[in-house]
Design a protein around this ligand. Structure first.
Ligand SMILES: [Zn+2]
Length: 195
């Protein structure tokens, strides 16, 4: 856990470091699909079963220290997709590329499965449109995280990290502002390609 915090503090969180946090692990029955929650200073996650799952969930909750400003109704991807992708980046750094790639593949497979069963998952954000609530989880945890990965691939790791750092520094709370940051770093075209 300390290594994850250190990674965040040294990268996108360098100007607003998370110094102390307590974790609370609580047993949650299988029937409850809760992923836990974050509050400044502490977070609660379901008691872990598999190590990879544990680290991903911890890393996800820890990242909410920075990613918690998006409007939960309309732009929750600024919280959930960013926390989820930050967790994957931390695991890539700390546990290697194969795990990172397998988690990405898992997300792609789950997204396809959801789409097979209940139709296309909408974009994480469209100006003026609300997300359909039944798709919120796949939209933010799968599609949004995969979108951030695509953006990282397009921009390159360094610029992408700079983008995340600016987003964290500016407490970005809406997608338009995030797009403005992409334009600042990358120019108009990349921002237009993004959604
Ligand atoms: Zn979350």
């Amino acid at each position: 856990m300390n290594k994850v915090i250190k990674y965040y503090n040294q990268t996108f969180g360098k100007n607003n470091q998370q110094l102390a946090v307590k974790s609370i692990l609580r047993p949650i029955p299988d029937s409850v699909k809760s992923l836990g929650y974050f509050r400044p200073g502490y977070f609660v996650v379901p008691e872990p079963r598999r190590f990879a799952t544990v680290s991903r969930k911890l890393a996800h909750e820890l990242a909410h220290y920075w990613w918690n400003k998006g409007n939960v109704q309309d732009e929750d991807w600024l919280n959930e997709s960013f926390a989820e992708y930050s967790a994957l980046m931390a695991l890539r750094k700390l546990q290697g590329l194969p795990l990172f790639n397998s988690l990405l593949e898992e997300k792609k497979a789950r997204l396809l499965e959801v789409e097979r069963q209940s139709g296309k998952v909408p974009s994480v954000y469209k100006a003026g449109k609300k997300l359909q609530s039944r798709h919120t989880f796949p939209s933010t945890y799968y599609k949004g995280a995969l979108l951030l990965h695509e953006l990282e691939s397009l921009m390159g790791k360094e610029k992408f990290m700079l983008l995340l750092q600016k987003a964290a520094d500016e407490n970005v709370s809406n997608t338009e502002t995030f797009l403005r940051l992409i334009r600042q770093i990358e120019g108009e075209q990349q921002a237009n390609n993004f959604f």
